[in-house]
Design a protein around this ligand. Structure first.
Ligand code: HEM
Ligand code: 5AD
Ligand code: SF4
Length: 349
């Protein structure tokens, strides 16, 4: 019998590597100069056709800054018409009422807006542009007036660790429908020296767990697979069964979806397990997307927990966590080795 591969549930697509900001942590090391060879509008549409044939994932139009690409609305419309749930990730500084209207017309369902500090000083230092915070807040005001749903994405690093709870408060005050924390991955301009310590991961993820229990808006921790262990450890202590009712969407999913439910497509058509793990799975200019998704070596390995090495390989939580493969790669050059930022010793329960 031939083993079936599930289609992706979520695809992040770097429509362009160009950007109007210059963030210290940017995985794409994006700047205002746009590298050559971006997928053309026609190639982009062809890719959408290929994705829609395989399944109906959420398609995240990302970057770089996707709003610097003039055909972004045409691409979004095409994705919507193909039956995909199209969302867009932006730094929020370029939003105008006209752009928001066009995004609505293109059927875009939600925007994510990055806010990496609760004060202008922290955010602007992070984002490499004085005035970015004010411009992003102005962008959010336009979204609110247009009644356009948005989530806040905040990236945790040593530079803003203590302000993270305040960014959550800000997200709620601003009327976000969700708050997603990303944990810095040292790739592109992201530096290992800015990563928070394993003990701080543990502390912030415990805080996140407590917030999730009482929050009225949706919370998600991205690139912190250990959250799924902590969730189980805490629920056990509290004598709670994990269910969608008690723990929301997080009850149904697992730590890292890279290569199993998620992949990243770069501005020149390269396919990766995620935007932080530079191990190439294939290129949609050279191969059908279906072929890359189903057959590439890196995806096949990531789908098999038995491939995990070190303490991740013997951990009782490996099926729900599996560690961050991008951090393992950045630290050792081998994406199957143990997650370097996890404090847990397998077998302790
Ligand atoms: C609806 C608006 C959303 C937007 C705009 C958005 C945006 C993003 C972006 C830009 C990334 C980073 C991708 C990269 O650069 O590699 C990302 C990652 C991710 N998001 Fe979201 N997201 C949204 C909703 C969701 C939802 C609803 C879920 C869960 C069902 C989700 C799950 C994930 C996962 C699993 C990753 C992958 C992290 C990784 O392994 O690379 N997102 N999201
Ligand atoms: C989609 C989200 O990804 C974040 N982002 C950009 N670069 C990195 C990185 N190296 N590590 C973690 N998150 C990152 C952006 O700040 C945005 O909020
Ligand atoms: S993180 Fe986003 S906004 Fe910042 S430089 Fe990278 S692409 Fe631009």
């Amino acid at each position: 019998m031939i083993a079936m591969t599930n289609p992706p549930r979520l695809i992040a697509w770097e429509l362009t590597a160009g950007c109007n900001l210059n963030c210290v942590h940017c995985r794409g090391a994006s700047t205002s100069s746009v590298p050559e060879g971006e997928l053309t509008t026609e190639e982009a549409k062809h890719f959408i056709d290929e994705v829609a044939e395989l399944g109906k994932p959420i398609l995240i139009l990302s970057g770089g800054e996707p709003l610097t690409r003039s055909d972004v609305f045409e691409i979004a419309r095409y994705g919507t018409d193909a039956g995909l749930r199209v969302v867009l990730a932006t730094n929020g500084t370029l939003l105008t009422p006209e752009i928001v209207e066009k995004l609505k017309e293109a059927g875009v369902q939600r925007l994510s807006i990055s806010i990496d500090g609760a004060t202008a000083e922290t955010h602007d230092n992070f984002r490499g542009m004085p005035g970015a915070f004010e411009r992003t807040l102005a962008g959010i005001e336009i979204l609110r007036k247009a009644d356009f749903p948005f989530q806040i994405n905040a990236t945790v690093s040593k530079r803003n660790l203590e302000e993270i709870p305040k960014t959550f408060e800000l997200a709620k005050e601003l009327g976000a429908v969700a708050y997603h924390v990303f944990f810095l991955v040292p790739t592109g301009r992201g530096e290992e020296s800015d990563e928070v310590s394993p003990a701080d991961y543990e502390r912030i993820l415990h805080w996140f767990y407590d917030m999730q229990k009482e929050s009225e808006i949706q919370l998600k921790a991205t690139c912190a697979p250990h959250y799924f262990r902590i969730m189980r450890q805490q629920a056990k202590k509290e004598g709670i069964e994990i269910s969608v009712k008690t723990h929301g969407y997080e009850a149904m999913t697992k730590g890292c979806l890279g290569g199993t439910g998620f992949c990243f497509v770069s501005s020149v058509g390269e396919v990766y397990p995620c935007g932080y793990l530079p191990v190439l799975a294939g290129n949609i200019r050279e191969q059908p997307f279906k072929d890359v998704w189903e057959n590439s070596e890196v995806f096949r390995k990531l789908r098999n927990p038995e491939e995990l090495k070190g303490k991740c390989g013997i951990c009782e939580y490996k099926n729900v966590c599996a560690g961050c493969r991008a951090r393992a790669y950045a630290a050792t050059g081998d994406y199957l080795k143990e997650e370097p930022y996890c404090i847990y010793r397998p077998g302790k329960k």
